[in-house]
Ligand binder design. Structure first.
Ligand code: FE2
Length: 213
């Protein structure tokens, strides 16, 4: 069963002005689509792997044959990360932006001092990620932590590969392809604007599913 590109859960223009339409079209239709195609190409002819979920492949990269491990790491990571990323955003009319609510909001405040302090620390993680990668809010051993990974690595790959581990409940793509058309080299401006479209309802759902309280 080949992996497929999931449709965006909103229009390409729905995240304007924080994220521009052309960036969304290229990011979803070209970049994410290429990860899906390349993942399928890597797994072709390996039926024992083709039946696994992308998450299962990433959690057990050691079980992937060495000759395709890097391809699965990069393209499986790209597929999983982007599938989640589209859901971590929502148009304002559908609840994007604003402040987190409920248990996850309380956990953010108690862990990082305040929502504003959390945003500063999260953006700092994204700003310090040299080159391409992601900033993450992760639930690990019942506690929230902020981390970042290179390229398309994901915390579910584990510390040895990703440099951080746990269950991601929010992630921000800081690859230039995510912002360059509108923000050029101004990654901090992109990150600051991104809060306007964060889907805190999805974050709360993932926090609860991961066992956060
Ligand atoms: Fe991306």
């Amino acid at each position: 069963m080949a992996f497929t590109l999931p449709p965006l859960p909103y229009d390409f223009s729905a995240l304007e002005p924080a994220i521009d339409t052309l960036t969304m079209q290229i990011h979803h239709g070209k970049h994410h689509n290429a990860y899906v195609t390349n993942l399928n190409n890597a797994l072709a002819g390996k039926p024992d792997l083709e039946t696994k979920s992308a998450e299962d492949l990433l959690r057990n990269l050691d079980a992937v044959p060495a000759e395709i491990r890097t391809a699965v790491r990069n393209n499986g990571g790209g597929h999983v990360n982007h599938t989640a990323f589209w859901q971590w955003m929502a148009p304002k009319a559908s609840g994007g932006g604003g402040d987190p609510q409920g248990a996850v909001a309380q956990a953010i405040t108690s862990t990082f001092g305040s929502f504003a302090d959390f945003k500063t620390k999260f953006q700092d993680a994204g700003a310090k990620r040299f080159g391409s990668g992601w900033a993450w809010l992760i639930l690990k051993d019942g506690k929230l932590i902020i981390g970042s990974t290179a390229n398309q690595d994901n915390p579910i790959m584990g510390d040895a590969i990703a440099g951080v581990s746990g269950t991601p409940i929010l992630g921000l793509d800081v690859w230039e392809h995510a912002y360059y058309l509108k923000y050029q080299n101004r990654r901090p401006d992109y990150m600051a604007a991104w809060w306007e479209v964060v889907n805190w309802g999805k974050v709360a759902e993932l926090y609860a599913t991961a066992g956060g309280r």
